[in-house]
Design a protein around this ligand. Structure first.
Ligand code: FES
Length: 110
């Protein structure tokens, strides 16, 4: 089974990122939060599924691989996009991230 390739978008050089760090990037009409923890990168939809607040402004929980919505405290898995506590109940999108030749790329599908 094949899948359609998405649009690859470079979000910077690895050397430009701290760890841990989160950044909001905008690709077309989508906002994505990209998170670096050590040598790993993760990308989720940036808008909290509970209300219109940016996850990129929340705390990163390195040991749990989660990011917290600063508004009401739901945390989201960086692996699955699923909320780990209330009040959010819906997942946010997860994007594939690759590192190639020192650059970080996210894959955005239409
Ligand atoms: S807006 Fe994110 S938990 Fe409420």
């Amino acid at each position: 089974m094949s899948r359609d390739a998405g649009q690859l978008v470079c979000v910077g050089r690895v050397s430009e990122w701290k760890s841990p760090e989160s950044r909001k990037v905008v690709v077309g009409d989508r906002a994505v939060v990209v998170v670096r923890i050590e040598d790993d990168f993760y990308a989720l939809g940036d808008v909290c599924s509970h209300a219109n607040f940016s996850l990129s402004e929340g705390d990163i929980y390195v040991d749990d691989l989660e990011i917290e919505c600063w508004k009401h405290g739901s945390t989201f898995s960086l692996l699955t996009g699923k909320p780990q506590c209330l009040p959010a109940t819906k997942s946010v999108a997860v994007y594939d991230v690759t590192v190639d030749d020192g650059r970080v790329w996210i894959e955005v599908r239409s």
